[in-house]
Design a protein around this ligand. Structure first.
Ligand code: FNR
Length: 363
């Protein structure tokens, strides 16, 4: 029977264990270019079966927070190359989470103060982002009202993801994960409450609301191969101003079925609803299934043993425990992360968490 620490074949990529580092925005790229400190941070965590990077914008228009990295310029690709080299030298595997924030953005985060884009011209009421105030200093700001994407705009988004996937391979990544959760662009299209478009990319038909994501998956698969592509979703998460909608379960199961046909490397789900839905989703997808959200080593081991998932992603535990796999293996205690350094800052609260053996020696 598989355990959390037994190996897994992820589309031909040999993972030594099933412990995944979940994608986490840490906002350490002031110029959108990954630097040495990010290389150090990810390399420290290379014993994970798989590392998924923080959300990484596929274009300047896709950015939704300050100090996040991109993967659409030569400098960004070169920066990421130092990260992937460091992780690979340390014996790890790493995929990049490709991200378009859609309407969850603000003019001062975008080129020449452009408006963000979305399926419709409706802002996320009450949502804010880490952006810049009117004087250009860092501030929490309300999201702007987006422009509804037209057909050319949607084709541009798809092309940006295709190009970003190619850039990811050029930067040395082992694959890509498309971010279709947390209320960002793809989920804005999937959500029937928001996406009331009257063309073939919106409205009541489930296939319409899945179309932008699936056409993007197809473009990315065409560019780099199905074995290197994963998708992350947060069904019932309702983040970023999205709400419940009719046929919600059927929509997510429809997506799982469409991704099953495409035989991509994995489906990654967080903030899932009831256990029965989780089982249906796994069964409908049929391929490698990753769960995330509030797991402890014990609950993750139980999920693997019960066959609920093939892989479990840990977010917050990876912030303070670079050697999480060793701590699980030896049943060592986990350190707690201080929230104040989650987003932005320097090395403190980022690369200065020691492995357990070192912390014990120091004590
Ligand atoms: C996150 N999460 C997240 N998810 C994602 O898909 N892309 C991202 O960039 C981020 N960024 C991020 C930053 C920080 C500081 C946290 C704490 C979380 C969500 C994350 O991947 C995970 O799903 C949640 O943290 C829940 O798992 P844990 O932390 O309970 O293991």
């Amino acid at each position: 029977m598989p355990t959390l620490l037994s190996p897994f074949d992820l589309g031909g990529l040999a993972l030594p264990n099933r412990v995944v580092m979940a994608p986490m925005t840490r906002a350490r790229s002031p110029d959108t270019v990954p630097g040495q400190s990010m290389a150090r941070y990810y390399a420290q965590r290379a014993s994970a079966g798989l590392i998924i990077t923080e959300s990484t914008q596929v274009s300047a228009q896709g950015r939704g927070q300050r100090d996040t990295p991109g993967i659409h310029t030569a400098a960004q690709i070169a920066g990421w190359r130092t990260v992937t080299d460091a992780v690979h030298r340390a014996g790890g595997r790493i995929v990049v989470q490709l991200w378009h924030a859609g309407r969850l953005s603000h003019g001062r985060l975008l080129p020449a103060g452009q408006a963000p884009v979305g399926p419709v011209a409706g802002a996320a009421d009450g949502a804010t982002v880490h952006g810049y105030g009117p004087d250009g200093t860092p501030a929490q700001v309300p999201v702007a009202t987006p422009l509804a994407l037209d057909l050319a705009g949607m084709h541009r988004v798809i092309a940006e993801f295709r190009e970003a996937a190619r850039n990811a391979v050029a930067a040395g990544f082992d694959g890509v994960e498309l971010h279709a959760g947390n209320g960002f662009l793809f989920e804005q299209f999937i959500n029937a409450g928001l996406n009331t478009r009257e063309d073939t990319y919106g409205g009541a038909p489930i296939a319409n609301r899945l179309r932008l994501l699936l056409e993007t998956v197809d473009a990315v698969v065409d560019a780099i191969g199905r074995a290197r592509v994963g998708v992350r979703i947060t069904p019932f998460g309702h983040l970023g101003g999205l709400g419940p909608f009719d046929a919600e379960k059927a929509t997510w199961l429809g997506l799982a079925g469409a991704l099953c046909q495409r035989r991509i490397a994995y489906l990654h789900a967080s903030d899932l609803g009831p256990a029965a839905f989780q089982r249906d989703l796994r069964k409908t997808f049929g391929g490698a299934f990753m769960l995330a959200g509030g797991y402890t080593p014990a609950s993750a081991s139980a999920a693997i043993a019960a066959g609920a998932a093939d892989l479990v992603a840990f977010g917050r535990p990876y912030i303070a425990n670079p050697d999480l796999v060793a701590r699980i293996r030896h049943d060592w205690p986990l350190a707690e992360a201080g929230k104040e350094a989650f987003y932005g800052g320097g090395e403190r609260g980022y690369t200065d968490y020691p492995p357990y053996s070192a912390s014990r020696t120091a004590a």
